[in-house]
Design a protein around this ligand. Structure first.
Ligand code: SF4
Length: 145
């Protein structure tokens, strides 16, 4: 099992270190109840003045590049498709064995020296959890978390 495969994933041309997508550290409660997959289009908080919140204290707000956001969406889609394909032989359930199978079966993406593995592992787990909870919504985080 190897991915991304240009034949399977069309315009996706992301390999190795760049095979990840960015998520914010927190999200609005409504997105939590919907189990939305998070993909962030901005970094940090444009308000940053709530006294109880130190999440982005000292961090500068910024917009991400459209091409980078598109890449992130493509990566999330590739992960979704790969997990679904891997789960096909197990009755469709996204189990830890399915996740570990995708991880272990793709050394070019998840082997040594292939970038930030903890972030990639988190991406894989997040897409798996999103699929397991119905994959109904995606939250493109804009001005605030
Ligand atoms: S992230 Fe949310 S809670 Fe924190 S400062 Fe920004 S708006 Fe307030």
């Amino acid at each position: 099992m190897t991915f991304p495969n240009p034949e399977d994933h069309g315009r996706l041309a992301v390999h190795g270190e760049n095979f990840f997508f960015e998520m914010g550290p927190i999200r609005p409660p409504s997105e939590g109840s919907d189990h939305s997959l998070l993909i962030r289009t901005t970094r940090n908080c444009s308000w940053n003045r709530c006294e109880f919140c130190a999440t982005y204290r000292g961090e500068k707000f910024g917009y991400r590049q459209v091409e980078d956001i598109k890449k992130d969406i493509d990566v999330a889609r590739a992960l979704k498709e790969e997990l679904q394909a891997a789960a096909g032989g197990r009755g469709g359930w996204i189990t830890q064995d399915v996740i570990r199978g995708v991880w272990g079966g793709n050394p070019l993406l998840y082997g040594e020296n292939s970038g930030n593995l903890s972030r990639k592992w988190q991406n894989l787990q997040n897409v798996a959890n999103w699929l397991a909870s119905g994959a109904r919504t995606v939250f493109l985080r804009t001005r605030m978390p």
